[in-house]
Design a protein around this ligand. Sequence first.
Ligand code: ZN
Length: 490
Amino acid sequence: MESKLMLYNTMTRRKEEFVPYNPPHVGMYVCGPTVYGDPHLGHARPAITFDLLFRYLRSLDYKVRYVRNITDVGHLEHDADEGEDKISKKARLEKLEPMEVAHYYTERYHAAMTELGVLSPSIEPHASGHIIEQIELVKKILDEGFAYESNGSVYFDVEKYNAAHRYGKLSGRNLDDIVANTRALDGQDDKRHSYDFALWKKAAPEHIMRWPSPWSDGFPGWHMECTAMSTKYLGEKFDIHGGGMDLMFPHHECEIAQSTAAHGTDSARYWVHNNMVTINGQKMGKSLGNFITLEELFTGKHALLEQAYSPMTIRFFILQAQYRSTLDFSNEALQAAAKGLDRLMKGVETLGKLKASATSSVDINDLWSRYTEAMNDDLNSPIVISVLFDWVRIINQINDGAQTISESDLAELRRMVNVIVFDVLGLRDEKSAGAAGNDKVTPLVEMLLEMRAKAKAEKNWALSDEIRDKLTAIGIRVKDRKDGCDWEIE
Ligand code: ZN
């Protein structure tokens, strides 16, 4: 059995054993959202992927400092150097302060993440709160000779950097490919080369978000914030840098160039990227009419959706794919995920009610060893889920008397299932009384069912039936068994 966590490192293009610089401490930085619109499906996958990694590392007793930023300045419409700031634009159109826009959508993002069971990171720094650190970093890169000032803006000198280091090593591109894929300079640019990127931009007169700097009143380039904030909170070298595959170029490539230029070293040891989501086989995009926000998914209010899908259905669906494979959303796939999740949660519920025997006919170590093997193989969550389904079958066999489990094995099995399902996969039972925010339901139902059992013992069938029917009417289904009864909330 593989006992060490193997993570796929985008930088080396292979799975590598995860060994932190300073165990048990782990520093992890993940690029967070740009807060200018409602959180959507595209936000769910990276958040859940790195939440799974965060939770798994913690379950292995690592002390993880997880930093996930909020981009509230500097992300221009065309990503790096072109167009209006996304937040400024929204603020201008809606006649709001840019920070009102950022605050509103940050809260929306947090609320959606809580619904999806995504844990809050250890630190969530905002780009606008780290302008001084970003200016200091620009100065450092200028001092090292890898940037130039031009008309109040500062640009990274990619050609000079490429001669000393290699620009494009993460994405596997070389400068010629990059030139072929960038727009030619139109003579109005302050840059020397089309592939140079802004470290600091002079603000046009109408630009609202601006700060003083040695070069101009302006704002930092988008890539600066992650280098400045990861260095501030995790140091010049840290363990894991994560994000969606779409950020690999140019964003992460530029981050690597910036930190290498400033500190002489690439920041992260393991670069981890989740793959993208598609909808009915298509890339998600506003112009394609298939742009779905998380709220629309949770409520079912979107032309492409046949029904509402609960947050845990979305989470379970995302976990059913390994994070490096593409994931296609469709009504059929989500409905299948909802059924699967239901089957898993029913298994967990049955586990809670199992009765122990003198001996075990099942080997509970099978669950733990297969779970560990799958998670250690680059977080292979779909295999973990299929192992859990094997165990749901076994739990049902024990419940039906076809297998037996001893008292100590039963306690251990319950502990394992709790760790895997709730702590590491981060699922919750949305149908249980506790999940509905009312933990008084269970004792109340149990009390009514005790009264019903008494009525039955006294052959008062009318009362017994009345209790069952009234419970059914409020959505609590009672199933009689040989030795008592089961109940569930529909
Ligand atoms: Zn970033």
